[in-house]
Write a protein of this length. Structure first.
Length: 317
């Protein structure tokens, strides 16, 4: 480590990704460890401390980390570092994570929502570097979003702003895990892509996907849809075309609301959508009233599986 390095901790429901990040946003070391999310608060904290300890044990004579950044699922309070009640982390309810970690290591500690932090990393070091106003979306199992204005995360009044994945675009659409209907997450996430493909096969469509899933339609995943599309499968192609339409309509709303200078797309589904990014941009031009929508680029995120580590470190950059 060098004096400009930060320890970045990305907490998930089953794993913790830990890393060391330098002042240029390079991830110098990283490791994955288990997260103990379904025991008590002390066990969850101990898992985080084990991950931090693994990074502190990296050998680099004469060098010290200057802070610890932590990404966590929300809801949380980024001002106090309190984890409120994330569904995937039942071990913590109103738990002062930043304070507890800071007591042990005597280092500055910041805690942030994972998508917000990833947006900040892309703004500082990644695909959105040089832009003042950034909209970031991570499309994976769900859809997370983050907004950066003038180099700072937009938190809203309480820290709960930026939940663009739960922007509803169809009041009669499928029920989302958040309890609302027609959220873009319920329509265009990796989970939704798989569900749409499954439904087409259940209705009688013929596709390579059934064979890929071992004959079990319910075992089809979003990743399989991407693979089948690369083999020119008609069902997979139709599902991705529908997904692009939905995302374009949603991003048209984002452009009208925020008019960001750039839109960054990350997450596991981003690779699948890479060939469609320009098509996506052309379609959102017709889905919004902003007369300059054609001037807003859409780009792939720099950070993929290390987005949480880089994002956590960016909180102290």
């Amino acid at each position: 480590m060098s004096d400009g390095c930060v320890i970045g901790i990305d907490i998930g429901g089953t794993k913790i990704a830990a890393g060391i990040v330098d002042s240029q946003g390079q991830v110098l070391a990283h490791q994955r460890l288990p997260m103990v999310a379904r025991s008590g608060p002390a066990e969850g904290l101990a898992a985080v401390e084990t991950a931090i300890g693994a990074m502190l044990s990296q050998k680099s004579p004469g060098c010290k980390p200057r802070g610890i950044g932590i990404c966590s699922p929300g809801p949380l309070d980024p001002k106090t570092g309190v984890i409120i009640n994330p569904p995937n982390l039942p071990c913590w309810r109103d738990f002062p994570l930043a304070k507890e970690v800071g007591k042990k290591y005597d280092l500055p500690v910041k805690v942030e929502n994972d998508a917000n932090a990833a947006a900040l990393a892309e703004s500082k070091w990644g695909a959105a570097r040089g832009y003042r106003n950034v909209f970031y979306t991570c499309i994976g199992t769900g859809i997370g979003t983050g907004i950066v204005f003038d180099g700072a995360i937009y938190h809203g009044r309480t820290g709960a702003a930026g939940e663009g994945g739960h922007m509803g675009i169809d009041p009669n659409g499928p029920l989302c895990g958040c309890g609302k209907r027609g959220c873009i997450e319920a329509l265009a996430s990796g989970t939704a892509i798989a569900r749409r493909a499954q439904r087409k096969l259940q209705e009688g469509a013929v596709s390579k996907l059934k064979e890929m899933a071992g004959g079990d339609i319910n075992a089809i995943t979003g990743e399989m849809v991407g693979e089948a599309n690369s083999k020119d499968d008609a069902v997979a192609r139709a599902v991705l075309r529908e997904t692009v339409d939905l995302l374009a309509y949603w991003l048209g709303n984002i452009v009208d609301l925020l008019e960001p200078e750039v839109i960054v797309v990350g997450g596991g589904v981003a690779t699948m959508l890479a060939p469609y990014l320009e098509q996506l941009r052309q379609r959102w031009i017709g889905a919004c009233v902003n007369p300059w929508a054609d001037q807003i680029p859409v780009v792939l995120a720099r950070y993929r599986e290390e987005a949480g580590i880089a994002g956590a470190a960016a909180l102290l950059a």
